[in-house]
Design a protein around this ligand. Sequence first.
Ligand code: XLS
Ligand code: NI
Ligand code: NI
Length: 446
Amino acid sequence: MTSPFFADIDPIRFEGRDSDNPLAFRWYDAEHVVRGRTMAEHLRFGVCYWHSFAWDGSDIFGAGTLDRPWNPASRTGDATMTPMNAAKLKMEAAFEFFEKLGAPFFSFHDIDIAPAGANFAETVRNLDEMIDEAEGHMERTGTKLLWGTTNAFSHPRFMSGAATNPDPDLFKYAAAQVAHCMNATHRLGGANYVLWGGREGYDSLLNTDMGRELDQLARFLHMVVEHKHAIGFDGTILIEPKPMEPTKHQYDYDSATVAGFLRKHGLEDEIKVNIEVNHATLSGHDFHHEVATAVNEGIFGSIDANSGDDRLGWDLDRFPVSVEQMSLGMLEILRGGGFTTGGLMFDTKLRRQSIERDDLFHGHIGGMDVMAKALLVADSLMDELDEQRDDRYSGWADAQHILNGEATLQQLHDQVLSDESFDPEPSSGRQELLENLVNRRIDQVR
Ligand code: XLS
Ligand code: NI
Ligand code: NI
């Protein structure tokens, strides 16, 4: 491996709208202030370790295509490339990338950064050693941890789930793994800890007791929350909803499903959601619907900023490309007051044919510029839209007694019956006018 890994790339800078340099930001100006916060503070960009460094480009039909010399398939024949040395090389390249891109955060699964050992004890020894390495890199580069998470879905032992496994030994194994990874996340000062229910779901009710599995999941999450308080971790615990894949039906279907589940089990003040754009698409919702639902439920936490495809119904994890889609999402994030511990994590994959080293930069630069422009569009729209929206509901100012419980159905009936002139006039929803406004702002922001 040539060192440094991205030797041909200089740190990425903001060069403004007129720059033709493909390796520069045109919209993401970290220090630019919007509504009292810098863009960096609003957007809190993170790079994911798994797709960007651990994944080699393989898909269900074919082998890896990407140049990732630390991966097992590329290491054959090189005796110095032990699994731990490979993990260290991978980490050097990852931090080189975070630093050159200027992303303030990263995220990882335990298995992305450290190789599995022969048993659990050896696995966590490897992880602890790599956490030491990460600590050094973080100090050196100033990169921070947006979230840590546990991969309790890839290994065959988890084929029937982790917390929702019919076998309590698997629940135990997952508990041990999550406890250790939470400790590691805490050590690195992580802002959040994410639980994506990889295989927490089912393929067939012929062999699945859904009620039992959901109760197991609730107990597991209570244990996670208890552990968080026991170790003094002050980050946010986040569930990442997804409706399907890899199981046919995932229990954390969408924001609304998670909100109901949390409330049923008394977890609504302890756990929030990490909304992934592509998962929203898979659940049949718009991204902005998922954000608005979570804000409304008081559980909005963080975003996995990627995108799907209109015609391919699976988790493609493309880099965000649509300014309109992301503007509507950013609008709901701004309306909700913005991020606290959360941020925009690029849970994004290169296309399998994007095999040049700089392709990873182009993906992230494009994604960051799209989100930065979306922030500006959302900012320019919010007050005007909110004013028009409030206006639509202005009649309620004189009808608060209805919402306060001071009126009965019978009373409303009697009032309508007795007032012969009562004949409500519909008024226009003005959707097309507002859609045109959005497109105008996308053209106008500078
Ligand atoms: C998979 C999920 C995964 C989580 C982290 O679809 O998006 O990547 O973000 O486990
Ligand atoms: Ni994700
Ligand atoms: Ni996903």
